[in-house]
Design a protein around this ligand. Structure first.
Ligand code: PRT
Ligand code: ZN
Length: 298
């Protein structure tokens, strides 16, 4: 493992693949797509991208075989618990929580079953792909249960008579609903994360990482933010600025032929912006433009 090229593992094909690859590309890494699928060279940095199954990523980082990995927290924590049990190394460094791959591991029961809290499933069979996370949660809550391990199609287990309920990943909830189930309890919330091996990186690799991390921060910040332009009445400026968090220092410009109003330009968190749209209008704002931001460095 004396390679001076940094190794970054991402999911080969699945829900995290595209976002992971796009994130690295947006940080300026030119990933050579013509090369073999498992390992792709980065042309402009001494970095190799390894494309593997997501389940393998935490172990590769914890064993120190690769430097960096991007993986869902659900897989990371499940693997950590699994490895802990058999005495394998479990340490890693959390570098960054991403803004993609969001989902939750949840308990779901058949629609017709009444839910009276966790006690409802006491003594039942729970089908899951995440036996360690499920066990930890149910044991912490003093619930008796049996796990039925399934690596796919968990949602059909109750109908197929394999289990009474399930503990599975949910994002929109459509899959659960389509299978006659209802989500009753969140067990673990997850997003994709970037992790690093615990053993120090070679200085050359650390230098590259130090260069990339602020760019990743910039990308993540830019995703949740919008560039906002609006016309605002001068007499309400303080109140208007207060409504939009994160834009304490807006650019203020005079408007030709309109002495009572000014143009405000600012960066704001999109979620907050939409919540406050009506308040802004009520305060006399008009000509509101919301533009996407591609990159942002503070
Ligand atoms: O082949 P490999 O092992 O690499 O891939 P995989 O099949 O194990 O994983 P993949 O690609 O399905 O998911 C990779 C990671 O994406 C997961 O470990 C999570 O961290 C994250 N993620 C985010 C999800 C979802 N959202 C998600 N919705 N993983 C799975 N799902 C499933 C869900 O269980 C349901 O069956 O997608 C289906 C649709 O979900 P609904 O709720 O939108 O209907
Ligand atoms: Zn997997």
């Amino acid at each position: 493992m004396s390679s001076k090229r940094m190794r970054i593992a991402i999911q080969k094909s699945g829900r995290l693949s595209q976002d992971s690859e796009e994130l690295l590309q947006s940080c300026g890494l030119k990933i050579n797509k013509r090369e073999a699928r498992l390992i792709a060279h980065v042309d402009n940095y001494p970095i190799d991208i390894l494309r593997v199954r997501d389940d393998d990523i935490p172990g590769l980082v914890m064993d120190g075989v690769i430097d960096i990995g991007i993986v869902g927290e659900n897989v990371l924590e499940e693997t950590r618990l699994q490895r802990e049990k058999v005495g394998l190394p479990t340490e890693y460094k959390l570098l960054k929580k991403m803004d993609f791959g969001g989902c939750r591991l949840s308990l779901a029961i058949p629609d017709e079953m009444e839910w009276h809290g966790l006690e409802t499933i006491n003594g039942m069979k729970v089908a899951t792909t995440y036996p360690f996370l499920t066990r930890r949660y149910l044991e912490e809550n003093h619930i008796q249960f049996k796990t039925v391990l399934l690596t796919g199609s968990v949602e059909i287990a109750p109908r197929a008579g394999l289990a009474d309920c399930i503990c599975d990943l949910v994002s929109s909830g459509a899959t659960i609903e389509a299978n006659g189930l209802k989500e009753v309890q969140v067990v673990f919330r997850s997003k994709a994360v970037m992790i690093q091996r615990i053993k120090e990186l070679y200085p050359e690799k650390q230098e590259i990482l130090d260069k990339i991390m602020p760019r990743i921060d910039g990308m993540i910040q830019a995703h949740g933010s919008k560039y906002i332009m609006l016309h605002a009445p001068k007499n309400n400026l303080d109140e208007i600025i207060k409504i939009l968090p994160g834009c304490e220092n807006p650019t203020i410009m005079e408007l030709a032929g309109n002495p009572d109003h000014v143009a405000l330009h600012m960066v704001s968190q999109e979620a907050h912006f939409w919540e406050n749209m009506e308040k802004l209008k009520a305060l006399g704002c008009s000509s509101i433009l919301v533009l996407p931001i591609e990159k942002m460095l503070k």
